[in-house]
Ligand binder design. Structure first.
Ligand code: SF4
Ligand code: SF4
Length: 432
């Protein structure tokens, strides 16, 4: 790569399938380079002089901070609209954080949950079914916690790394390939939901011409879905807002609707914030290992919450002590890896989210307000408030998950579930 390509700003390959730069808008301000270097830890992490193509983990944080909208996501919502016109049934799933970000686009204060209005808007725009990706997150927890316990009981490879953030998965594969086997093989929530739709819901309802669409606060999901065939399109919060506006829908005046099927517990909902996956997993693991319900401490696990760079805790489950770490932003991963390699720290399980704050500050989120820590806090507080208010706070309590396993005739983390709900081969293509 020529130095001129990356002196002031992040270089973006023509082959990048998630983001692009509109040169006519760029003022060379350098904000994209700043975030990519300091918080994401990609810019300058490799020999940029020698690289033929820039490395990008598709997190989209550069698009979020670009003051001129020069960097944007590659848009897919128009393809969904075309498919509706062609007669496809569109089956949408909505990622947990989306409901707390979309409101910004329509003038609500940060953290407002607008899920009911979004479901109504999607139906008005021609979508046939709307499901909750939090259901997929419950499935991820079920498989991931069982995988973790299996590793724990059988001297398996530890620490196990969570794998629901595709930008983090790509980061490990690019920069620390020797740690790829530490990644859980479980599919991400959108992969889980897609697999459920295509292998269970669609055949059960004799649907023939359809597409599965995930609405996400993330640009890297556009990359993730190309690695499998569970989801056909991933569209960002900004894209769905554009689609709603172009459809001339007065979002604020909409009534609320409910999901058509497949709802999640609040364990699935807190996936959207840094520490949420860990908290949900520990609740499940506690139940699985002790046959008891998690108590107040695990249901309000302050040790893994918040915006600190690396959060650590020792969780006592029965007579075991589980050592956990939560990394908030891939920029801090080198520190973590160094501590693991040197033996200074020995973790059993590690959660990493590429974006600072997790999906509530995802690169495909709204840009209407500045992404400050205060706003991230408001969004994650809204999630925890929801978590506290619902009846089912643990993934193992989701009755539909139990029904799914029963009807498919499979058990968590079995050979059969691995074929359907795990990634068999982490195919990471460089460059894109
Ligand atoms: S998408 Fe992320 S990794 Fe890629 S250039 Fe932007 S900030 Fe860097
Ligand atoms: S943040 Fe946007 S305007 Fe600034 S250098 Fe990067 S692409 Fe150009």
């Amino acid at each position: 790569m020529k130095k001129s390509e990356y002196l002031r700003r992040v270089p973006i390959s023509k082959n990048n399938i998630c983001i692009y730069r509109d040169e006519s808008k760029c003022t060379n301000c350098g904000a994209c380079k700043g975030i990519c270097k300091s918080r994401i830890g990609v810019y300058g992490h490799y020999d940029m002089d020698k690289a033929k193509e820039p490395i990008c983990i598709n997190c989209g944080q550069c698009s979020l901070v670009c003051p001129n909208n020069s960097i944007r996501e590659v848009e897919d919502y128009k393809k969904v609209r075309k498919d509706i016109e062609k007669g496809y049934k569109i089956i949408v799933q909505i990622a947990p954080a989306t409901r707390f970000l979309l409101g910004d686009e329509f003038g609500y204060s940060p953290g407002k949950n607008v899920i009911g209005k979004l479901i109504t808007a999607l139906h008005l725009m021609g979508v046939s079914y709307v499901f909750d990706t939090a259901f997929g997150a419950d499935l991820t927890i079920t498989e991931e916690a069982n995988e973790f316990i299996e590793r724990l009981n059988n001297n398996g490879l530890l620490p196990m790394f969570t794998s629901c953030c595709p930008a983090w998965v790509k980061y490990v594969s690019e920069f620390y390939p020797e740690f790829t086997d530490n990644l859980s093989s479980t599919k991400s929530p959108i992969g889980m939901m897609g697999a459920t739709i295509k292998n269970y819901f669609v055949p059960k309802n004799n649907i023939t011409k359809y597409k599965v669409v995930a609405i996400v606060p993330c640009t890297a999901k556009k990359y993730e879905i190309t690695l499998g065939d569970d989801v056909d399109y991933a569209i960002t919060v900004r894209e769905v807002a554009k689609w709603i506006r172009e459809s001339k829908i007065d979002f604020r005046k909409l009534e609320s609707s409910k999901f058509d099927d497949f709802t999640g517990t609040s364990s699935g909902i807190i996936f959207g914030t840094s520490g949420g996956v860990m908290e949900a997993m520990l609740r499940y693991a506690y139940h699985k290992l002790t046959y008891r319900s998690p108590g107040k401490k695990l249901l309000n696990n302050e040790a893994v919450r918040g915006l600190s760079d690396i959060k650590e805790s020792i969780i006592k489950i029965g007579d075991r002590e589980i050592s956990v770490a939560v990394v908030n932003g891939t920029g801090d991963v080198p520190k973590l890896i160094e501590m693991i390699k040197s033996g200074e720290k020995k973790y059993d399980i590690v959660e990493v989210m590429a974006c600072d704050g997790g999906c509530i500050a995802g690169g495909g989120g709204s840009k209407k307000y500045k992404i400050t820590n205060t706003n991230k806090d408001l969004r994650s507080k809204a999630m925890y408030k929801k978590d506290k208010s619902v009846k089912r706070r643990n993934s193992y309590e989701n009755p539909k998950i139990k029904k799914l396993y029963k009807e498919l005739g499979i058990k968590p983390n079995s050979e059969e579930s691995k074929r359907l709900l795990h990634v068999s081969n982490r195919k990471i293509e460089k460059v894109k």
